[in-house]
Design a protein around this ligand. Structure first.
Ligand SMILES: *Cc1c(COP(=O)(O)O)cnc(C)c1O
Length: 423
């Protein structure tokens, strides 16, 4: 392969249609942020929309619910219209609400309907811990034993899953399937369409946790006929720490009653009748529980307007080029130093590169001290996420040059190989 040089990446940056979006984010001049898969950066538009909502509170008090720049009463629905584009669903099938874990509870409380002989939930052994804790407690609430009723598909290599293995475990006793779209460690993108088709052949409802794919790649949830999905908006969607999440419910399920009901799931017209009969909205909006968190929703207004302009297809295309460049540079500069454990195939790869190394924890510390922000996942994974909206090809080039210097001079050896409290 041809040598990748500073000129190569300069040319890539010059031809990058999304390059101008970088100026819209607070990126430090002396640092390269590659951790947007944990917490996306603040954009000026998100900052402005947060100020706008604060200002409406200041100016209008209670009347901000129906007046002001972005009336709060319908903001979750208004934003769902923009968010639905990112997941490939109809506007009514999406709502901005809750957090990943709360939305999981809401949707599993709705879609897990154990019956005689069909009492198990199928998940996987590599998924994010919070998802497993949620499933365990949902089983307990239904009087079932998580030890026997939660089935976790095994990984052959501890890093990725084989769809064939998952499908093989879709047996007659499974009442619900919950899987991630992209695995948070290895960055493997599962074949959502195929898994959904196979689950439906066996009459099993299936849902996906989109935390690591939302904002990084396009989805076609409606077309694929996925039953439900949920996600956070603070990773690739850049809505800020603890920013309000989202959920999707396939419209064929709109007749269902949400498992966890609350007054913000009411039809808008009747919510303030204060009647004890719950008149649920028959759309994803019905899955809201209590008063929406406006100050943690506000940044999404600005952030989603960026996605609307940038277009998720262009974001995906640049993201794949960034991660491919990162891997090519690793092979060029640091051959065999790291095991690249994310899938290499574009169709199977999410938004980050995952590197395995026995000194991963302290290599991350050395990177940080050299102005590169990576992230570490115990016990031995370094995740590097070059984000299409605010990372350049030059960022990737510089980051790998610095990593290469750290490895060649063994600079990481002066750090303790132990993770921080937050890693
Ligand atoms: C980030 C993440 C979460 C976090 O859940 P919160 O409820 O937002 O704290 C859960 N699941 C996955 C797969 C994640 O990547």
């Amino acid at each position: 392969m041809r040598q990748i040089t500073a000129e190569t990446v300069e040319l890539l940056d010059r031809n990058d249609e999304l390059a101008s979006f970088k100026n819209e984010f607070y990126v430090k001049d002396d640092a390269i942020y590659l951790d947007g898969n944990s917490l996306g950066l603040l954009s000026k538009r998100a900052e402005q929309s947060l100020f706008d909502v604060l200002n409406d509170w200041k100016a209008h008090g209670i009347d901000g619910w129906m007046g002001g720049k972005y009336p709060w009463f319908t903001l979750s629905e208004q934003l769902a219209e923009k968010l639905s584009v990112l997941v490939g669903a109809e506007e009514k099938e999406v709502i901005v609400t809750g957090s990943t874990t709360v939305n999981l509870h809401q949707l599993v409380a709705t879609f897990f309907e154990p019956k005689e002989g069909r009492t198990k939930i199928l998940a996987d052994e590599l998924t994010f811990p919070s998802d497993i804790y949620g499933l365990q407690s949902q089983l307990k609430i239904k009087g079932l034993n998580p030890e026997t009723e939660l089935i976790q598909v095994k990984s052959k290599n501890g890093l990725t899953l084989d769809e064939d293995d998952i499908i093989e475990m879709m047996t007659d006793d499974i009442a619900l399937i919950l899987l991630p779209s992209v695995l948070y460690r290895s960055g493997q993108l599962l074949d959502i369409e195929r898994l959904t088709k196979e689950a439906h052949k066996r009459k099993i409802p299936i849902g996906f946790d989109l935390c690591h794919s939302i904002g990084a790649l396009p989805h076609e949830l409606s077309k694929w006929d996925v039953d439900f999905a949920f996600w956070c908006n603070y990773k690739y969607v850049n809505a800020g720490p603890g920013g309000v999440g989202g959920l999707y419910v396939n419209k064929k399920h709109f007749s269902k009653t949400p498992g966890l009901s609350g007054w913000f799931g009411s039809k808008k017209e009747t919510q303030f009748d204060m009647d004890h009969h719950f008149d649920a909205e028959t759309s994803a909006g019905g899955y809201q529980i209590g008063t929406p968190h406006m100050l943690s929703t506000a940044p999404l207004i600005g952030s989603l307007s960026i996605f609307e302009e940038a277009k998720i297809e262009r974001i995906r295309s640049k993201s794949l080029k960034l991660t491919a460049l990162l891997m090519d540079l690793l092979n060029q500069e640091l051959e065999n130093e790291f095991a690249i454990v994310n899938p290499l195939d574009d169709k199977r790869r999410g938004g980050h590169v995952a590197l395995m190394h026995s000194d991963a924890a302290r290599i991350c510390k050395a990177l940080k001290d050299n102005g590169i922000v990576p992230d570490f996942r115990a016990p031995n994974i370094i995740r590097l996420a070059p984000v299409a909206l605010y990372n350049s090809y030059e960022d990737v080039f510089k980051a790998i040059k610095i990593l290469s210097k750290i490895m060649k001079n063994r600079e990481y050896e002066k750090y303790e190989n132990k993770r921080e409290v937050i890693a």
